[in-house]
Design a protein around this ligand. Structure first.
Ligand code: ATP
Ligand code: MG
Length: 138
């Protein structure tokens, strides 16, 4: 079984889209193995997005990610990394496929409602960033 980290970003929580995202996970039989709500500090957001440190949008992105509470989840399934990224849609919502979360709800390339790990190695880092082993259901 593969695992991935999902985040409902501050725009998604603030606009009342937690239920919408959870509904889509359940409809697609994606198992939720851990879940909690957090309000990140700037330092915590910078650590999470360290791979993007040199990008021009890094400061704005980490400001956005600390602008309100987020919901972090561990998702589990056979191909959950790819399956969940398909549900999310492309980073740029204008290029996202019809019916995806970002196509329907994102309002900008930055404010795109959800995050999902992009590979097994990043998933492992990202899950460990937010959860210890006692918090993940087996
Ligand atoms: P995520 O990592 O959040 O799941 P992603 O893998 O689709 O999204 P990344 O390239 O990892 O996209 O970018 C991380 C996040 O940074 C994006 O989800 C978005 O919020 C923001 N971002 C990406 N590109 C831009 C950009 N050109 N301008 C502003 N923000 C951006
Ligand atoms: Mg990414």
């Amino acid at each position: 079984m593969e695992k991935t980290l999902s985040i409902i970003k501050p725009d998604g929580v603030g606009r009342g889209l937690i239920g919408e995202v959870l509904k889509r996970l359940e409809e697609n039989s994606i198992k939720i193995s851990a879940m909690k709500m957090l309000h990140l500090t700037k330092k915590q957001a910078e650590g999470f997005y360290a791979v993007h440190r040199e990008r021009p949008f890094f400061n704005s992105l980490t400001d956005f990610m600390t602008s309100g509470p987020i919901v972090v989840m561990v998702l589990e399934g056979e191909n959950v990394i790819t399956d969940y990224r398909e549900l999310m849609g492309a980073t740029n919502f204008e290029e996202a496929a019809e019916g995806t979360i970002r196509k329907e709800f994102a309002t900008s390339i930055e404010q795109n409602v959800v995050h999902g790990s992009d590979a097994p190695e990043t998933a492992e880092f990202e899950i460990g960033y937010f959860f210890n082993s006692f918090e993940i259901i087996n």
